[in-house]
Design a protein around this ligand. Structure first.
Ligand code: MG
Ligand code: MG
Length: 262
C-alpha cells in the first residue's frame, strides 16, 4: 500500500533530504585523488549526527556503513574501503539519513580528476534522466511514465538501463511502495497522486544493462566492466507537481571551488 504523506510529513522529509544534501556537499568538499572512501564515510557519519539525525543506511539490511560508495563499474551498494580514490575515477556516493523518523535518500556521482570524455557524457545523460523522471512526476501520470521517459533518453544514447534495481517510495521506511523503475511502459503502473513521496534514481550503464554481484554480496557491478552512473533525488507531489525535497546545490557550490572534480 502506498503511504501518501501530509504537508507536515513532507516538511519533515524535506529536512531529512536536505541533511543528506548538505552531507553530499561535505563529501564534495573532501573528495579528491588519494582520499579513501572510509574517510568520506566518517565525514558523512559525523555530519549527519551533528544535525540531530541518524545515518539511514548503517545497519539497514546489515549494511556496515553510512555511505554506499560505488566506483567506476560498480553500479550501487559498494561499501567504503580504505582503497584510495584515484585520478580518473567516477565515484557514486549514495547517502541516507533519518530525521524525526523519516528518511532522506539521495545520491551523486562525482568525476574525480581526468575522466574520459565518454564517461563524462554518461554522467551528464544520467543526470538528464533524473530531471526527465522528475518532470513526469505529476498528477495525471502513472509511475510507468517516469520509467518510460528515463529509458527512452538513456537508450537514445546507447546506454543500458539497470533492471534489477529501481527507485522507490520513501517515508518512515527506506523502501516503501511503489517501486519506481527506470524503465517501463507509458500509462502503466500506479496513478501518481497528491502526497506521493518517492526516490527517483536512474542507474545507467555505458554498456550492457546486465549487472552481477561481487563476492562480498553487496557490491553490484556491470556485467561487462564498463562504467555506471547513479543520481538520485527525493520528490514529493505537491499541488499536482513535483516538489524536489533534496538538492545538488551544496555539491555544486563545493565543486565550483574545485576545478579537478565535477
Ligand atoms: Mg540512495
Ligand atoms: Mg534510493
Amino acid at each position: 500500500m502506498i503511504k501518501y504523506k501530509t504537508a507536515e510529513e513532507i516538511e519533515i522529509m524535506r529536512e531529512a533530504a536536505q541533511i543528506v544534501s548538505r552531507t553530499l556537499g561535505k563529501i564534495a568538499e573532501a573528495i579528491a585523488p588519494g582520499v579513501t572512501p572510509l574517510e568520506l564515510d566518517a565525514i558523512a557519519e559525523s555530519y549527519i549526527r551533528s544535525q540531530n539525525a541518524i545515518p539511514g543506511f548503517l545497519g539497514l539490511y546489515d549494511f556496515p556503513n553510512t555511505l554506499c560508495i560505488s566506483i567506476n563499474e560498480q553500479v550501487v551498494h559498494g561499501y567504503p574501503t580504505n582503497q584510495p580514490i584515484v585520478d580518473g575515477d567516477i565515484v557514486s556516493v549514495d547517502c541516507g539519513a533519518i530525521f524525526e523518523g523519516y528518511y532522506g535518500d539521495h545520491a551523486y556521482t562525482f568525476a574525480v580528476g581526468n575522466v574520459a570524455p565518454e564517461t563524462m557524457k554518461l554522467l551528464q545523460v544520467t543526470k538528464e534522466c533524473l530531471e526527465i523522471g522528475i518532470a513526469q512526476t505529476v498528477v495525471g501520470n502513472r509511475i510507468g511514465d517516469i520509467g518510460y521517459y528515463i529509458q527512452q533518453h538513456a537508450e537514445k544514447h546507447g546506454y543500458g538501463v539497470v533492471r534489477e534495481l529501481v527507485g522507490h517510495g520513501l517515508g518512515k521506511t527506506m523502501h516503501e511502495e511503489p517501486q519506481v523503475p527506470n524503465f517501463g511502459r507509458r500509462g502503466r503502473g500506479k496513478k501518481i497522486q497528491e502526497g506521493l513521496t518517492i526516490a527517483i534514481e536512474p542507474m545507467i550503464n555505458m554498456g550492457t544493462e546486465r549487472v552481477k554481484y561481487l563476492d562480498d554480496n553487496w557490491t553490484i557491478v556491470t556485467a561487462d566492466g564498463k562504467p555506471s552512473a547513479h543520481f538520485e533525488h527525493n520528490v514529493a507531489v505537491v499541488n499536482g507537481r513535483p516538489d524536489v525535497l533534496s538538492t545538488f546545490k551544496f555539491v555544486e557550490e563545493a565543486l565550483a571551488k574545485k576545478p579537478n572534480v565535477q
